[in-house]
Design a protein around this ligand. Sequence first.
Ligand SMILES: [Zn+2]
Length: 415
Amino acid sequence: MSAPTSGRGCLTCGTPLRHTFVDLGMSPLCESYVSAEQLNQMERFYPLHTWVCEKCFLVQLEEFVSPEEIFTEYAYFSSYADSWVEHMRRYADAITDRLSLGKESFVVEVASNDGYLLQHFVKKGIPVLGIEPAANVAKVAVEKGVPTLVKFFGARTAEELARERRRADLICGANVLAQVPDPNDFVRGLKILLHPRGVVTIEFPHVMKLMAENQFDTIYHEHFSYFSFLSAETLFARSGLTLFDVEELPTHGGSLRVYARHAEDDSRPISERARALRQREVDAGLLRLETYAGFDEQVKETKRKLLEFLIGARRAGKRVVGYGAPGKGNTLLNYCGIRTDFVDFTVDRSPYKQGKFLPGTHIPILAPDRLREARPDYVLILPWNFKDEIIQQMADVRSWGGKFVVPIPAVRVLD
Ligand SMILES: [Zn+2]
């Protein structure tokens, strides 16, 4: 069989894509929760095939769905995850000190969601502006007192803002870089909007961690690209921005927060941390295609293991219920073909999701109390990155002998 070739060039450098990273088959959009009325209707599935670019080593989806289709009615309200809100509160405090932000400063967040981050700057009296394409989510932010522009961010939006207002001392974005269809245009926008002495911080899931910890379920249609420090550095440099510092964060299974400045701004030297991580990535082989080649088989083996566990549990007459309805859960369940034949239902704290069904698999999403009534033998934790928090919240599961199961990095029953 000859190796498949993508019909497209690399998202950021245009080189033809010839090397598969992982092929997860056909999957629906992971945030397109299904209502009861839609259950009997046709559902759209799209290929979930990722490639690695042989030139810039960006891991990326081949074909993406238009951002308008995905993000205009986005269901993810950041504020429903306590540890995420706390993570961003700590960030707001630290960056305010580090950059000496005050009432004269201007902070912009790209993909500001429901204002979960900017609210902390607002409390400090620091002028802010959120930019958020999903109108329903932006509305929640505005109600909280966080001024928010309903727009996609890119060079054009940045030019408008730079003309109308002032340039930003801090531009931040968490989990947005992976989701932009044109990363070059996005970074050009950062360059345009940034004050000559300003700083950009961008957080994204670290592809080195994704590979090391088998986090293939963080691949979904909403994430077009999967960056390393090296591939991000190449991208930012193309628009005249230099990555001068980096933090490794535990969020989303392992993320990077990169700090960028204008290439011309030599007031901020490149940190030892940035140099060290860069070298670690080189040593880990992230500039060699062979490093990426074995991932596909590792993912297939994880599917076999999870099905093995579920088949065994159901044969033994055990009841399995899910916890959470995150995007990553939908990738996992669709790829593995797990429906209500294995998992009776799942529960989620977000009222937006309760009463709906998971896309593709049509597993019902109920309120967490329903899990307590059902007293299942196993609780499959889909947002495994919040597992400690979930186990704490649902500690009573253990009172009836229930056990928690995490699917990633490997299928494990927790004692
Ligand atoms: Zn490339």
